[in-house]
Design a binder for this molecule. Structure first.
Ligand SMILES: Nc1ncnc2c1ncn2[C@@H]1O[C@H](COP(=O)(O)OP(=O)(O)OP(=O)(O)O)[C@@H](O)[C@H]1O
Length: 303
């Protein structure tokens, strides 16, 4: 569990992180979302004791990370996949990390296998693609088999197969009861990755809720339902406060309830559903609406 309490970081006049209070719980994937410059990396660095807060505090399982000897066994982190010594091989890089944290050397082969880099173990990192470096960074985070894992923009540079693999890995790590905290500046990346979202803008907390609640809160968000019993379903959903717009006799667009809640209600009333889909674009819209006032750099109109 990660607990931030009024966490603040200033750089001169810039308030990078502004009075942030949140808890990241074990057993689920928590997305850490915010536009560029929102303060995500600074927050992650403070969790790891790499930056000192100007105010407030942050602890990992009750104590500041910096107070833990052999930290990699407790928190694994991927901060910047490019920040590696290009002259070393993948195996040599991980072996050095293992030695420094008194991790058994056999873990190096295990994690290289896990991230799909076993065949590239002896190759120089300098020749790696960004996607391979991300995999190596993830291997480093997994090395100490830690209960808490932090990943800063881990999907950058991964191909579609790599993205699927990372999502599956995060789910598995969470299902093992670990705390998994993943930053991104793109809502779409989090949609199929996170169970819970912490959204920040200009260093401040904007939202701290489940993905389902987050997607339901925007007025523009909708859920498309496909059912042979649209009349019956519409009656049930309307009674729960939702509004239902009919696209045709079997397809309706629902606003005001999450897909999860609609599924539960359909089950409760024994109504057959053929499809239940949250609109992807609406999630992106919800995120953009929410963070619109806090975007640091807005592109001007083309002249
Ligand atoms: N060492 C530093 N010195 C001065 N300002 C900094 C420093 N590090 C970060 N900042 C500023 O703090 C703010 C937050 O930066 P941070 O890198 O934490 O954001 P971020 O959400 O991770 O963004 P991105 O997605 O672009 O990486 C920005 O305005 C940034 O310019």
């Amino acid at each position: 569990m990660i607990e931030a309490d009024r966490l603040t970081k200033r750089y001169g006049d810039t308030v990078a992180v502004d009075d942030l209070t949140f808890t990241v719980r074990p057993g689920q994937v928590t997305g850490f979302l915010g536009p560029n410059g929102a303060g995500k990396s600074t927050t992650l660095r403070m969790i790891l004791g790499l930056n000192t807060p100007t105010g407030g505090s942050v602890t990992v399982d009750g104590i500041p990370f910096a107070d833990r000897p052999r930290g990699l066994r407790h928190v694994g982190a991927l901060l910047d996949a490019q920040d590696v010594h290009g002259g070393r091989s993948a195996a040599a890089h991980l072996s050095a990390l293992a030695r420094g944290n008194r991790i058994p050397p056999r873990r190096v082969d295990d994690v290289l296998e896990e991230v799909g880099l076993a065949k590239a173990a002896r190759r120089r990192i300098g020749g790696f693609s960004l996607g391979m470096k991300q995999r190596l960074g993830i291997a480093g985070a997994l090395l100490g088999d830690p209960p808490v894992l932090l990943f800063d923009e881990p999907l950058n540079g991964l191909d579609p197969e790599g993205v699927l693999w990372v999502r599956g890995l995060f789910r598995r790590l969470a299902s093992e009861g670990r705390t998994v905290f993943v930053s991104s500046h793109m809502m779409g990346e989090m949609e199929h990755t996170a169970d819970h979202l912490i959204v920040i803008g200009q260093g401040r907390l904007i939202a701290d809720q489940t993905l389902a609640d987050f997607s339901a809160r925007s007025a523009g968000t909708g859920v498309t339902v496909h059912t042979p019993e649209l009349d019956a379903l519409a009656a049930v959903l309307t009674a729960e406060g939702a509004s239902v717009r009919r696209e045709n006799s079997a397809v309706g667009r629902v606003t005001g309830l999450s897909a999860a809640r609609i599924g539960e209600l359909a089950h409760l009333h024994r109504i057959v559903l053929h499809e239940l889909a949250t609109q992807t674009s609406s999630l992106e819209t919800a995120f953009m609406e929410l963070t619109a006032d806090s975007v640091e750099y807005l592109a001007g109109d083309p002249r």
